[in-house]
Design a protein around this ligand. Structure first.
Ligand code: NAI
Ligand code: MG
Length: 399
């Protein structure tokens, strides 16, 4: 069998630091692959006016699977100022390469697991009956529709006449907004297609079945957002009835779900939601299991292109430290999701067990796990570096 090739996309800031350690761990756990590095991020914006060069797109198209660190995005004006002077004033406009990747490959299914590790000092705790302290065990996987809805980009300020005329055909628009001058109106649409909605719902149900979760919770607001959330709820009921009768379908509203998050997070298993609500609910759950140092994710297209990345950004503040202090676990967990995806689940289990052991022993902790402000002096205060955390995980891999 020919060797698999993984595209590595370190990107900016701490992206490269955490990615380097994740690859060391993959190798230590016995995963054999070739790696090719793809250019992405701020440096390429500055040099080439394109943070996502075509050669990188081609690499991903060829090898299909990519591990992505993080990129830096800056506001439009700053982006224009930092462009190579030879390229300035030629109409180049910066746009985020990770959003670009999602759009180019239609990475419409996003998965964000949130599992608590025993002994993580950042785990959520709550007060129980008789003043006891409880630490609920959280094992939730959020399926977020990644391309449509409120982040679909179909929006206007001072909408074009045809759009305005179309809006004026809706009695509620006339009643609620019709008295405003057109140029004082901003409109962001929330469009769902049946196809993409069905894909995210089926991905959630399939996952629940494969990993033996009892329920799928649809987290929307169908009682108020009747058309889009309503369509998603209706489809969920149909799909469940015809193809997944063994799995329960729960329906929660996004606002109530955020309240229940801290009340009974252990009750939830698979959660499925539209783009923005999925973003919100996954950040909420990530906060309960340790935050950005632990939050991993995967994004897939129908054609089998998959990109795995930590949820955090490039944390530029920490990028220049002589010794990297950031927590590599979110990136390592993301690479475990890659292993699951390509059928190397046994290696993923070995790595996850090693992470669990390091955390439960409690001797090796990055600065975030010690609740220290992120500064170079955290090492003197007993925190380990990015590399030392990876070393500890490697030492605990049982072959
Ligand atoms: P960020 O996620 O980079 O950092 C926020 C804070 O979270 C950091 O200051 C640090 O305290 C903590 N943090 C992040 N990663 C950590 C880790 N691995 N271990 C321990 N602590 C960690 O978000 P921020 O500061 O809002 O954005 C910085 C840059 O990253 C911006 O240019 C932004 O556009 C970009 N960004 C990129 C993303 C991506 O590549 N997918 C996602 C989010 C932001
Ligand atoms: Mg977010």
């Amino acid at each position: 069998m020919s060797q698999r090739t993984i595209v590595t996309l370190p990107g900016d800031g701490i992206g490269g630091n955490v990615l380097k350690q994740a690859i060391r761990i993959l190798e230590a756990a016995g995963f054999t692959a070739g790696y090719v590095e793809g250019d992405i991020g701020w440096e390429f914006w500055k040099k080439e006016a394109n943070p996502l060069p075509d050669r990188t797109i081609e690499l991903i198209k060829k090898h299909k699977v990519a591990l992505f660190g993080a990129i830096t995005s800056k506001p439009k004006d700053e982006a224009a100022d930092e462009l190579d002077p030879a390229l300035q004033g030629k109409g180049y406009v910066y746009s985020s390469p990770i959003v670009g990747l999602r759009q180019h490959f239609n990475l419409d299914v996003c998965i964000r697991p949130c599992r608590s590790y025993k002994g993580n000092p950042l785990n959520f705790i709550r007060r129980g009956r008789n003043n006891t302290i409880e630490e609920p065990e959280i094992d939730v996987v959020i399926f977020r529709q990644n391309t449509e809805g409120l982040y679909g980009g179909v929006e206007w300020t001072d909408p074009p006449d045809k759009v305005y005329e179309a809006l004026m055909t809706h009695p509620k628009f006339v009643k609620n907004f019709g008295n405003n001058p057109k140029n004082e109106l901003s409109v962001s649409t929330r469009i769902f297609s049946r196809k993409a909605t069905e894909r995210i719902l089926r991905a959630a149900f399939d996952h629940a079945r494969e990993y033996k979760y009892r329920s799928v919770t649809l987290c929307e607001k169908p009682n108020v957002i009747r058309e889009t959330s309503g369509m998603m709820f209706k489809l969920a009921k149909e799909i469940r009835k015809s193809d997944y009768p063994d799995i329960e379908l729960w329906n929660t509203n996004i606002d109530a779900q955020m309240m229940w998050l801290t009340k009974n997070p252990e009750n939830y298993g698979v959660i499925v939601a539209s783009n923005m609500f999925g973003d919100i609910v996954s950040d909420g759950f990530a906060g309960l299991i340790g935050g950005l140092g632990f939050a991993c994710s995967a994004q897939f297209s129908e054609e089998g292109i998959a990109v795995f990345e930590p949820t955090h950004g490039s944390a530029p503040k920490y990028a220049g430290y002589d010794i990297s202090i950031v927590n590599p676990i979110a990136m390592i967990e993301s690479s475990c999701m890659m292993l699951d995806f390509i059928g190397e689940n046994k290696i993923a289990v070995k790595i996850r067990n090693a992470i669990a052991k390091v955390i439960s022993e409690g001797k090796v902790r990055t600065y975030d796990m010690m609740k220290l402000p992120g500064r170079p002096d955290v090492i003197e205060k007993g925190a380990v570096s990015t590399e030392q955390m990876a070393n500890a995980i490697i030492e605990n891999i049982v072959s």
